[in-house]
Write a protein that binds this ligand. Structure first.
Ligand code: SF4
Length: 339
């Protein structure tokens, strides 16, 4: 693990300085989804500015994930031993009002420079224990084709073995970006996974579905991530519909995240007890294949914590020197595992 270096950037600014600065941008493909769904509140609420964003509540942080503790540079975060996060840009194709990195996305416009890419590649070559790179931002797909090609091909040249995880909202916001040329290029980068951010079944129009299918058909695995959002998808049947539809397309639902403590986002956050009971209901509606892991990023840099495990009561007891697990089954009864 690297020695954390806090370089003093957007993460140091107080939370109250970061409200209402996120641009309001509705990408054309998302506007079409809104029109097709006859003004679905679930879509509008995600993308339209609300005065509620002016309200900063206790505990909200500019850097809710505590990434500052793990910086190699302001755009390279090395929190977990075997993987590293690259913030390739602060720019996005559209701006999600609940964005946990909204303090960054509202301030940083440019794409990672050739000099920074050179530094990155050198760093990756010197850290062979890093097996995965998450290319995120902002949205890396907001870069130009040439910027994206230069970045990703440089990473691949520096490390032929590293797994690239491309984290993006583009399959929903701008599916037209995935042209044949871009898909051919992405295929040449394997091992590569697409990690699209999708929150609601109304985000899966024809263009979005065929975009995701392109990846599946070309042998690029796809694992989605979603954020649990009040007034958007805080309904077990809506989420069940989303995750089942994704699985039918060939996409594995990866994570459902509890909304982070970013400034001005309290109107999106579900109380934890409600979130847990909603996930418990969701678990009863879906198979293990369709059910994502429910997780929260612990504030201050504690990393991902799977909340899935706390939706059922369980305890570990020691009896006659033997360790046993007593856990509640889906029927509410307690079962004992005593190996
Ligand atoms: S696309 Fe991602 S980084 Fe950009 S605003 Fe939405 S959640 Fe934030």
């Amino acid at each position: 693990m690297n020695d954390p270096v806090n370089t003093g950037d957007w993460r140091d600014v107080s939370a109250s300085d970061h409200v209402s600065v996120l641009p309001e941008v509705i990408p054309p493909a998302f506007r079409e989804l809104i029109e097709y769904s006859k003004g679905s509140d679930a879509l509008l609420r995600q993308i339209m500015y609300s005065p509620l964003e002016e309200r900063v509540t206790d505990g909200e942080l500019c850097d809710p994930l505590g990434e500052a503790r793990y910086l190699v540079t302001p755009w390279l975060v090395h929190q977990y031993q075997n993987r590293v996060l690259l913030l390739a840009t602060g720019r996005c194709i559209g701006y999600c009002r609940y964005c946990f990195r909204r303090s960054f996305t509202s301030r940083s416009e440019g794409f990672i420079t050739p000099e920074e890419i050179e530094f990155l590649c050198d760093w990756l070559a010197r850290h062979p224990d890093v097996q995965e790179i998450l290319v995120s931002g902002g949205d890396p797909l907001s870069g130009t084709y040439d910027e994206l090609v230069h970045l990703l091909s440089s990473i691949r040249r520096a490390r032929s073995d590293i797994l690239i995880r491309l984290c993006t909202r583009a399959p929903v916001f701008a599916p037209q970006l995935f042209t044949t040329a871009l898909m051919d290029f992405l295929c040449s980068l394997k091992p590569l996974w697409l990690i699209p951010h999708i929150n609601h079944p109304d985000e899966l129009g024809l263009a979005q579905r065929s975009c995701l299918e392109q990846f599946i058909n070309r042998g690029i695995p796809v694992q989605s991530q979603s954020v649990l959002l009040s007034g958007v998808n805080d309904d077990a049947h809506v989420l069940a519909n989303l995750f089942h539809t994704l699985v039918c397309i060939g996409v594995k639902p990866g994570y459902l995240f509890q909304c982070d403590m970013a400034p001005g986002t309290s109107h999106f956050r579900l109380p934890l007890d409600r979130a847990l009971s909603l996930y418990k209901e969701l678990s009863s509606l879906l198979s293990g294949l369709s059910l994502p892991v429910f997780a929260v990023d612990l504030p201050g840099g504690g990393g991902k914590f799977p909340l899935s495990s706390v939706t059922r009561t369980a305890r570990v007891v020691v009896e006659n020197g033997q360790t046993q697990l007593c856990a509640e089954g889906p029927d509410g009864k307690v079962y004992t595992y005593s190996p």
